[in-house]
Design a protein around this ligand. Structure first.
Ligand SMILES: C[S@@+](CC[C@H](N)C(=O)[O-])C[C@H]1O[C@@H](n2cnc3c(N)ncnc32)[C@H](O)[C@@H]1O
Length: 257
């Protein structure tokens, strides 16, 4: 919503995705193990670059690049890189990811960011997976390790879930269908995992927390209070009465072939 200034999402979320810190560390270690000295890992749609920075911590001789449309998130990523002594190995850019020419690289992270190569999520259209995967393959060398994570239907979509999302059954794929598509685009699927409900619950709670923080910091008769309260309630209802357990998030570990 526009209007009231809300606290940044990174205050209550480690990642802008339903991904636990321990899962992120596992993924980061796997990516780091495939990097050579001086090799580059690129994160497209990096947000505040938390996963990228974890890869760089696990791969002390690698360099990292990240790009995200949201300049505030990129700035937070730079702050984190500096605080962790990673600034000299990290280059973060604010701008459209599809135009980030940084490659071909040895490792690629695309977490919840397929929309970089297609319609914006706000349009409620199915993601253009084919365009995203073709672009991802062009961005990496053969043998590159890629973490590609994306929203999927965990179970066949229910009317209650689709009503709270775009209204379309075809907005997402089943995890196996996404894996098939990936394999058709020059990648081998090394492993596939799905976010569990605890990760989703933590993500949704963190996502909603900024409205609660705003409400706690402002008087109840503030002109924006009703809208902020409605936004929080709407998000909670969408999740708990709608897509909880139906909308999933799959993590694919891919190797470029
Ligand atoms: C679901 S978030 C995931 C962020 C991050 N990968 C993470 O896991 O925390 C998707 C990110 O993609 C960014 N994004 C969306 N469209 C983009 C584009 N065309 N170019 C670059 N970044 C984009 C958004 O700003 C957002 O930060």
């Amino acid at each position: 919503m526009s209007g009231p200034e809300l606290p940044p999402l990174w205050r209550d979320l480690e990642f802008l995705a339903p991904m636990s810190p321990s899962r992120a560390d596992d993924l980061a270690r796997w990516v780091a193990d495939g990097l050579t000295d001086g090799g580059t890992v690129l994160d497209v749609g990096c947000g505040w670059a938390e996963l990228l920075l974890r890869v760089l911590e696990a791969a002390p001789r690698a360099v990292g690049a990240g790009v995200d449309l949201d300049a505030d998130r990129v700035e937070e990523g730079r702050r984190r890189a500096a605080a962790r002594g990673l600034a000299d190995r990290t280059r973060l850019l604010a701008g459209p990811g599809a135009e980030a020419v940084e490659g071909p690289v040895e490792a690629l992270l695309v977490v919840g960011a397929s929309q970089v190569w297609g319609p914006d999520v706000d349009e409620g259209l199915p993601l253009d997976h084919a365009a995203a995967l073709a672009a991802m393959r062009r961005q990496v060398v053969t043998g590159a390790r890629v973490v590609h994570a994306e929203a999927v239907w965990s179970v066949p979509p229910t009317p209650a879930a689709t009503a709270r999302l775009s209204g379309r059954d075809d907005e997402f794929l089943a995890p196996a269908a996404l894996a098939d598509l990936v394999a058709d685009h020059g990648f081998e699927v090394h492993a596939q995992e799905e976010a569990d409900l605890a990760e989703w619950d933590a993500f949704e709670a963190g996502f909603t927390a900024r409205w609660d923080r705003w409400l706690a910091d402002h008087p109840a008769d503030h002109p924006d209070a009703a809208a902020v309260s409605a936004a929080a309630a709407g998000q909670r209802a969408a999740y708990h009465q709608g897509y909880r357990g139906v909308l999933g998030f799959t993590f694919l570990r891919l190797v470029a072939v």
